[in-house]
Design a protein. Structure first.
Length: 629
């Protein structure tokens, strides 16, 4: 958020590095880094999660020294050693068609050489394009661990490689986790819920009209967030206050919008609100323990699956599943996920939806279930030359698997596979060049992956054909800043926001420390820049989705204006943003306060929600807002 006149600029904006790593906690938060951390690097004993940062505070007079504002939606974090870097930070080294630049300090762009000089090869052994391999796109000097979400030091590593690290991890607070072996004996435990009706709610907030537990009527507005709304500004259609959370904070993952219902998970509950007026659509569903994972996407018929912890002790696993119908609140099947073989546990899991298939990813394997019935479909386990499936990503009808192979051996590498979502049959396999790790999928259909090379402190964005053939590498010498969050003990392939892909183009936001940034359109056919457009305000913007052939983007709020939703034509000669919605200035501070906020644009309404609750009882923390005309 831009500061008022005569005040110092904030220490970062959308895509800007932070001076200190955030003190995150809970699911997906970074851990205190070991000496030489980072995905693929030797790990020490991980620390315990730290207390998460509070949301961004409103602008205030400078102090000595001035405290940097905490991040809201779109502000990149400096994650810990197990987080996957998003492509932001030092710009890339010009590749085979550019002379290597002279290294500079963090944030100083290298001096690019003349186009046409050779460079080092990319992760697929292809003749890479301009800019590859890239310099590390993460905060910190060389040798520091890369940030961002997928630095799982345990996934895909055989027992001899990770035994000590896992043993160290499992001993937390003087308690040793029970590690279950015998994956071959695993049986799906899916059961129909005895009570098809939604559960009652938990504790409520102090806000009588919008208590955050689903019982508020949504129409009343004791805070009157529309007070002082100026002509041309959108309305706050409704808002919800956050439920009670522990003082250490709690996760609020997932946000799903259907034709009539906005659904949000927070701590131990799932809430549903009418999209037009915020009235409860169905009673909140309460879980006995905290929610630890959700399917990032909903199915075509509006079903999701939520995972919650088996207990509250240090021995608890993220292994309890519950299917939910978003439109009715009806609880479908439920089940418990068993651990796999030794070192293949459910301490954390990943959930993906691929058509009618739910894929549950453990640390070294995965199990697929029918999303409607909970019936087990297949297991994806170790295969070939010691290849351990470590992460999965789902699309409309596509299921992508990433495996770590021959870890510690002479042929150590990653492999990408496409699986048939119904049978698990391998459609194709694409080995990745040694030294490169698949960290994120920016898109599943078409497939666009983000890779890192810890040894070279480099990154790479590659695209693939429908049959798994290598298609192109991004050849844009730029600092990019998608919001990729963090992950602990997992790659979290689908953890990135602020990036969009259509059939032929990748849309990425550029990095900026202050002021306006740009969105760059990159051809999937050849990896070259097609066009770029600057933010219409003196704030950063990021892609939200593709709609009707246009790119919808969110522009962050400033001190004197709310955020904007804009539409950018993707075809033709002009790509000038057209304003769809101007949020009111009166809610700018609330917008900016959402920690790692989730946003969406559906049917002319803009939704923003927090993904992390502070647990601060002294503030009326907001969970979710909806804007419209």
């Amino acid at each position: 958020m831009t500061q008022p006149p005569n005040q110092p600029p904030p220490q970062g904006g959308f895509g800007a590095p932070q001076d200190q790593p955030p003190q995150g906690g809970g699911f997906g938060a970074p851990q205190p880094p070991p000496a030489q951390g980072g995905f693929g690097a030797p790990q020490g004993t991980p620390g315990t999660p730290a207390t998460p940062p509070p949301p961004a505070q409103p602008p205030q007079a400078p102090q000595t020294p001035p405290p940097p504002p905490q991040p809201g939606y779109g502000h990149p974090q400096q994650p810990g050693p197990y987080a996957q870097p998003g492509p932001y930070g030092t710009p890339p080294t010009p590749g085979p068609y550019g002379t290597p630049p002279t290294p500079g300090p963090y944030g100083t762009p290298p001096t690019p050489g003349p186009y046409g000089q050779p460079q080092q090869p990319g992760p697929y052994g292809q003749q890479p394009g301009y800019g590859y391999p890239q310099q590390p796109q993460y905060p910190g000097a060389p040798g520091t661990p890369p940030p961002g979400g997928s630095g799982n030091p345990f996934k895909g590593k055989p027992a001899l490689v990770i035994g000590a690290a896992v043993a160290a991890l499992l001993v937390i607070g003087g308690t040793v986790y029970a590690v279950t072996s015998g994956a071959d004996d695993e049986k799906p435990v899916a059961r129909q819920s005895d009570d098809p009706k939604p559960s009652g709610s938990g504790s409520a907030s102090a806000d009588p009209a919008n208590p955050g537990d689903g019982s508020g009527n949504g129409g009343e507005d004791p805070e009157d967030l529309n007070a002082g709304r100026q002509p041309g500004e959108a309305k706050v259609l409704w808002y919800k206050s956050a439920p009670d959370a522990p003082g250490s904070g709690a996760d609020a993952p997932g946000m799903w919008i259907t034709g009539k219902t906005a659904v949000k998970a927070a701590y131990k509950q799932v809430f549903a609100y009418n999209v037009t007026d915020g009235n409860p659509t169905w009673s909140p569903i309460a879980f006995p323990q905290k929610i630890c994972a959700v399917t990032p996407q909903k199915s075509a018929d509006d079903k999701v699956v939520v995972a919650y912890m088996s207990g509250s002790s240090d021995r608890a696993k993220c292994n309890q599943l519950q299917q939910i119908d978003l439109n009715t609140g009806k609880k479908g099947w439920s089940g418990e996920i068993a651990d796999g073989a030794l070192f293949d546990s459910t301490v954390t899991i990943e959930l993906s939806v691929a058509g009618k298939t739910l894929m549950v990813g453990r640390s070294q394997s995965g199990t697929a279930y029918d999303l409607d019935t909970g019936k087990k479909l297949f297991d994806k386990r170790k295969y070939g030359a010691a290849c351990f499936p470590t992460a999965f990503a789902g699309g409309t009808n596509r299921l992508i698997s990433v495996a770590s192979c021959d870890v510690g051996g002479s042929n150590e590498h990653d492999e990408i596979q496409e699986l048939d979502p119904a049978t698990g049959k391998v459609k194709w396999t694409q080995p990745v060049k040694k030294g490169w790790q698949v960290a994120r999928t920016y898109s599943v259909d078409p497939l666009v992956v983000y890779l890192t090379n810890q040894d070279k402190k480099a990154w790479n964005i590659s695209t693939f054909t429908a049959t798994g053939g290598f298609r192109s590498e991004v050849k844009v010498n730029e600092k990019f800043a998608p919001q990729c969050g963090w992950a602990i003990l997992e790659r979290d392939l689908q953890g990135c926001k602020g990036v969009a892909v259509d059939a032929g183009t990748l849309y990425l936001p550029t990095d900026t420390t202050t002021g306006a940034n740009e969105i760059v359109a990159i051809s999937l056919a050849d990896g070259k820049e097609k066009w770029r457009v600057k933010s219409p305000a003196d704030e950063s913007m990021a892609p939200v989705r593709i709609e009707g052939g246009n790119l919808v983007a969110y522009v962050k709020p400033s001190y004197d204006a709310g955020g904007q939703v804009v539409s950018i034509p993707t075809a033709g000669a002009s790509h000038k943003p057209v304003k769809l919605l101007q949020n009111p200035q009166g809610t700018a501070e609330i917008e900016d306060s959402f920690f790692d906020g989730a946003v969406d644009w559906v049917d002319g309404r803009f939704y923003i929600s927090s993904t992390r609750l502070t647990g601060n009882d002294d503030t009326k923390e907001k969970l979710m807002l909806a804007f419209g005309k």
